[in-house]
Each structure stands twice: as C-alpha cells, then as structure tokens.
Design a protein around this ligand. Structure first.
Ligand SMILES: Cc1ncc(COP(=O)(O)O)c(C=O)c1O
Length: 388
C-alpha cells in the first residue's frame, strides 16, 4: 500500500468550474474571484477578504499596506515556513526571530515579549499546522504598544479560538491555497481584515496601485479611461480560473474539515499507547484546523543536547516508512538554520533551542479528506513496526 502525505480533493464541480472563465473570456480577477472572496468572508466571519496569488504575497500586501518599512523590526517565529520572515525583508524591515515551544510548535508569548524593542513595528504570529497561536497573550503585548498584528494563517483554515476564526484577531490575516493546505487553488492566497481602509489599500496594492479594479471599471460607462494610480503596487492578482476553483473548493469546506478532524481524532486514539510519539496538543477552547497532523518524535525526553542524535534516528525511521509506502515529512524548517538567514544574521542552531528541536524531531503523518481507515491503519501499523 502507498499512502501519500496529502491528496488534494478535486471533483467534477471543480473541473467544470475552472473552464467557466475560458467560456466567458474573463480570466483574471473577475466575477469568480469576487465570489470566492464572498464565500471565504462568510466562512471565516471576516468582514473583508481579498484574494491574491499566495499567502506569501498576502502577508507582503498586509505589511506594505500597514507601512512597515526600513528601520522597523518584525517579530516572527523561528520555526515556520521561510516566507513568514522573507516578507519583512521584502519591505526593507528586519525580521526578528522568536523561539517556539516544541510541544505546540507555536511561538511563545514570553519570547515575543523578550524580543520587543522600540523598533518593533509588527508581529506575525503563525497558526502552525492549524493550531491557533495564543492570540490573547499576543494581543495583550502588541495592542498597548501599537504594534501591528498580521496573522500567518497559511495553515489556519478552519482553526478557531472560541467561535472566532483565525485571521480575524489581528489587523490582517493571510491564508494559503497551496496543494498542501486544506483547500487548494493550485497557488493562491486570501487576506482577511476587519479594517475597511486597510482592505481598500491592499486591493489597490495587489493591482499595481490602481484605484479601481478592471472588473469594477468595465462594469461602468467610461471604461475607456484608466484609473488613477496613487501607490507603488504589485501584480498579486489571482486568475479567475483559480477563483472559480476556490468557489467549488469552498463548497466542500465543511466536509473537508469534518474528515480532517475525524481522522486526527482517530490518529490520537490509535497512537495513544505509542509512548515514543507525542501526538499534537490541542488546548481547551481551541479548534485545530488540522492542516497537518504533526507529532514529536520522543523516544527519550528531547533535550537540546540530544537533538542531533534523536533527529538522525527520526530520519532513519522516516526512510524505513518511505520504503514501506508511507510518506512522512518534517513539520517545517527552522528559519535560523537556513543558509541565507544563518549567514546574513550570523545565527547558529542552538540560538533557538525550541525551533531547532522542532525541526529535528517533528514528524508529519499523512492526512487528507479521502484517506480511508485502511490507509490510516496501515500508517499506524508501519509506525509500530518501524519505530522508534
Ligand atoms: C506557515 C506558512 N507561512 C507561509 C506559507 C507560504 O504560503 P504560500 O505557499 O501560499 O505562499 C506557508 C506555506 O507552506 C506556511 O506553511
């Protein structure tokens, strides 16, 4: 049996949807993108949602619209996809890495507090793998100091704190529709905000700084004149093929999230007696979005000193699983150990112990809505046979 790490869910509705724009001829940021935005806003409860080309460009739009720039520091977790830090550099600001708790993989508020300086302009909490960051504690640190909060909700679809969806706590939140995420449009992103003025600025920035979108202009008389361009913008427009796919993907959102949640609960039960694997922690009052089911490999209590040796054992286990048809992955990477960051900011593996341990010991198991119980049983059977 072969069990992939993920499998996007596409059906005939998706296949029909992506050909719609080819029939109408409106292929970029048109009616389908607008409908996708409406559906995403309704699902997340965010008053404003704007589609763009990726979560990365969404985060960039948010920072740029908030005016983050040279001389500013942006706090980001040290264990996250590199894009979270890169967007600060795109704005000419400095990313300041904060360590994470390897038991949740999320940034700790204590680390955020420790890294604050008078130059801190923004913080990007990441809801890693779908587990909401501790937004109450982060807001308590940031709001009184007028520090902007931009949530990296790349993995946050379906994740809630109480009944509030992530992406609605900060000044803005950015989601990803890369194929590793719960819903996919190939590439794609969505930015949510509760701030109407910020929404307007981001809409302009994603479209070269234009004061009016092509779609809005073409619906009215006088479409022959180009609008005013007041800002230095980018081209981060989503295509209408992707927008159409987003609409039909949204129609499956409840099913997809229910399946992911059920499979995660089933993993919890099946792995309860596997002492060397720590299954994901979900604090009370929080809904995990289950973008990924990421465990911590811990045949012994993980310490910084033992991380390299334990990590080599984890990698050997992942290789054995791969040989038996079970795909696994490390959770994500520790930004401070990536060559570009290590060189540019003179960083060393042990500077961020939590991130270093998370990178070396995290173990992602296959999870996708069409996964069968037989496939899941096979994953657990092979884990037991190959581990620790
Ligand atoms: C935490 C995090 N932030 C940002 C991104 C970037 O998302 P995208 O590929 O849509 O730009 C990812 C993608 O994996 C991610 O996991």
């Amino acid at each position: 049996m072969r069990v992939p790490i993920t499998k996007p869910l596409f059906d005939d509705d998706d296949r029909r949807a992506i050909s719609l724009p080819l029939e109408t001829g409106w292929v970029v940021q048109g009616p389908q993108v607008a409908e996708f935005e409406r559906r995403f806003a309704a699902f997340s409860g965010a008053p404003h949602a704007l589609a763009c080309t990726s979560c990365t460009t969404g985060l960039h739009l948010a920072l740029a619209a908030l005016g983050v720039g040279p001389g500013d520091e942006v706090l980001v977790p040290a264990f996250t996809w590199v894009a979270t830090a890169n967007v600060a550099l795109y704005c000419g600001a400095t990313p300041v890495l904060c360590d994470v708790d390897p038991s949740t993989f999320n940034v700790t508020p204590a680390e955020i507090e420790r890294r604050l300086t008078p130059r801190t302009r923004a913080v990007i909490p990441v809801h890693l793998f779908g587990l909401p960051a501790d937004m109450a504690a982060i807001e308590a640190l940031a709001r009184p100091r007028d520090i902007f909060i931009v949530e990296d909700a790349a993995c946050g679809f379906g994740a809630r704190i109480g009944d509030r969806h992530v992406g609605t706590f900060g000044h803005a939140g950015a989601f990803s529709f890369h194929p590793r995420k719960a819903l996919t449009t190939g590439e794609g992103g969505m930015v949510t905000t509760t701030d109407a003025a910020l929404d307007t600025t981001m809409r302009s920035l994603r479209d070269h700084g234009a004061s009016k979108s092509d779609h809005a202009r073409h619906g009215n008389a006088g479409a022959f004149l180009l609008p005013e361009f007041n800002l230095l913008g980018f081209n981060y427009r989503m295509t209408d093929m992707q927008g159409a796919l987003g609409v039909t993907q949204m129609a499956k959102a409840d099913f997809v999230q229910a399946r992911r949640t059920a499979l995660a609960a089933r993993y919890d039960a099946l792995l309860a007696d596997v002492a060397w694997l720590r299954t994901p922690v979900v604090p009370a009052g929080v809904t995990h979005g289950w973008q990924s089911y990421v465990c911590l490999y811990a045949p012994e209590d993980p310490t910084l000193a033992r991380t390299a040796e334990l990590s080599a054992r984890r990698n050997a286990l992942m290789l054995k699983l791969e040989e038996r048809g079970v795909s696994t992955r490390q959770g994500t990477h520790a930004v401070h150990t990536l060559t570009y960051y290590a060189r540019r900011f003179d960083l060393h593996a042990h500077d961020y112990p939590g991130a270093h341990m998370a990178e070396g010991l995290s173990l992602t198991l296959p999870l996708y809505p069409t996964m069968t119980e037989a496939e899941q049983d096979y994953v657990v059977e092979q884990l037991r046979a190959c581990g620790p």
